[in-house]
Design a protein around this ligand. Structure first.
Ligand code: AHR
Length: 505
């Protein structure tokens, strides 16, 4: 058996994890909102039409922040269409996904749902077809207490208390030619800077996210970051990163290495931010908001067909990727990558949450189930809060089509000082062999094993359905702890969560 070595020390720290790295995303797209979180005719719908079974699953994930309402959708959205009496709300064409938007759900309903599932909203404004005035108006509607046109309108609509939404995205993927109102870096930089300036005059307590690149393959990456930040550096607090991966050529060893591309992406964006910081002689540091990430490719062909040949439907099935076991492994590697960069990645949103490239799936008028990717996301959100530790790891490596020196072991550890717990997250990327992990954690005196959770499956392409869940975690990991040393067998192609706790607690 191959072996990997790890040293964990409680004093070697990357930084405190911002819980918002376990955020998610809900867009007005496909069946995410309509027939996802909202289905008034469903037997389990509550008094507001929200599905209770879906809310329960979202709560189980403890999602700290949810980006809304898009995505590509936001770049053609009139937020005013979604407020006021339902019967007066217009039905409109959504050009991003070529569907019909009924506007039954708008900011007030979404805020109500967010409160029910105990999450914060990350709000995006339309900088595609709209601009400074509309962004200011929605901010005034949401956050201003009272006594102005838009704040009083909110009160008139029945929502007395301002929402105090803290985080605002200045548009979405404005570097992408597919975006409605796509802009050059200079055009976007100017508009975002002026919009952000005006928004902070209304509410100086908000935090702003400047649009970064839509993915690492964009021809304008990383020049886009450099040019836009020249404009937005002083007003923005974060820059966004988006990235989706797929196993299109069915090369799983290569696919599982894609988190190394993500790691490089993060490093490049950090360097670009810090280059502009130096250029501006600024004392301020821009942090990263990785506000769209996931595996996304299974549904591409069928979506193209629907949008082209069957447009203008209400809540059609779009972007309904069925996730396999191997997808869950990559999602685990991506989560580990965020934790490793906890000092600079302060927010991240698994895109998305329900039905649309989602961990949670529903049937119209039927049940709800957990996709394979639900589990690494759940484990990271539950046990990945605290201090990200800087491990020393030595792992055997392999080469693939696109990568060299890919460590078989992808890992990180999180120290929750308050609970007296350390959790090791580890993926064995080896598809053929188990890996022996020898870990020295002697600085954590009196710590013993709480549990070793494992997500594994003989079939890399296995997936979950409403009635059959072959991919779900078990507490059957092979771990032994003795006197500050851990020996664990990480099964081939597996996601592992090894929880150690202080006996004295
Ligand atoms: O999450 C799906 C889409 O992916 C979003 O609308 C867009 O921002 C990205 O391209």
């Amino acid at each position: 058996m191959k072996a990997a070595k790890m040293l964990i020390d409680k004093e070697f720290r990357v930084g405190i994890i911002d819980n918002r790295i376990y955020g998610s995303f809900i867009e007005h797209l496909g069946r995410a909102v309509y027939n996802g979180i909202y289905e008034p005719s469903h037997p389990l719908a509550d008094e507001d039409g929200f599905r209770r079974d879906v809310m329960e699953m979202v709560k189980e994930l403890k999602v700290p922040i949810i980006r809304y309402p898009g995505g590509n959708f936001v770049s053609g959205y009139n937020w005013e269409d979604g407020i006021g009496p339902l019967e007066l709300r217009p039905q409109k064409l959504d050009l991003a996904w070529r569907t019909l938007e009924t506007n039954e759900i708008g900011i007030n309903e979404f805020a109500k749902w967010s409160q029910k599932v105990d999450t914060e909203i990350m709000m995006a404004v339309n900088l595609g077809t709209r601009g400074i005035a509309e962004a200011c108006n929605i901010l005034e509607y949401c956050n201003h207490p009272k006594g102005t046109y838009y704040s009083d309108l909110r009160i008139k609509h029945g929502y007395k208390d301002p929402y105090k939404i803290k985080t605002w995205c200045l548009g979405n993927e404005m570097d992408g030619p597919w975006q409605i109102g796509h802009k050059t870096s200079a055009e976007y930089g100017r508009l975002a800077a002026e919009t952000g300036k005006a928004m902070k005059l209304i509410d100086p307590s908000i935090e702003l996210v400047s649009c970064g690149s839509s993915n690492t393959a964009m021809p304008t990456f990383p020049e886009w970051e450099a040019v836009t930040l020249e404009h937005t550096y002083d007003v923005a607090d974060y820059i966004s990163l988006h990235q989706y991966y797929g196993n299109k050529d069915n090369n799983t060893s290569n696919f599982l290495a894609l988190s190394l591309d993500m790691d490089n992406f993060i490093k490049t964006v950090i360097s670009t931010c810090d280059y502009i910081k130096a250029k501006k002689r600024s004392k301020k540091t821009i942090n990263l908001s990785f506000d769209e990430w996931n595996v996304w490719f299974h549904s591409n062909e069928s979506d193209e067909n629907t949008m082209k040949n069957n447009p203008w439907q209400k809540a059609p099935a779009l972007l309904e990727d069925t996730y396999t076991f191997e997808d869950a492994l990559l999602v685990g590697c991506m989560l580990i990558t965020f934790i490793k960069h906890a000092d600079r990645v302060k927010m991240a949103c698994l895109a998305q949450l329900v039905n649309v490239i989602a961990p949670i799936m529903t049937e119209n008028n039927g049940g709800v189930w957990k996709q394979t990717i639900f589990y690494p996301y759940l484990h990271a959100s539950l046990y990945g809060r605290g201090i990200a530790l800087n491990l020393v790891v030595s792992s055997p490596k392999y080469d693939t089509k696109d990568f060299t020196d890919v460590p078989y072991l992808e890992s990180t550890a999180v120290y929750n000082e308050e609970k007296g717990e350390v959790t090791i997250f580890a993926v064995n990327r080896d598809l053929e062999e188990d890996l022996l992990l020898e870990c020295d954690f002697r600085s954590f005196e009196n710590y013993s094993l709480i549990e070793h959770l494992v997500l594994e499956c003989n079939d890399l392409k296995a997936y979950n359905t409403l009635n059959h869940q072959p991919v779900s975690p078990k507490r059957n990991g092979q771990s032994k702890v003795d006197n500050g040393r851990l020996e664990a067998v990480l099964h081939k192609a597996s996601w592992n969560v090894i929880r150690l706790g202080n006996k004295k607690n």
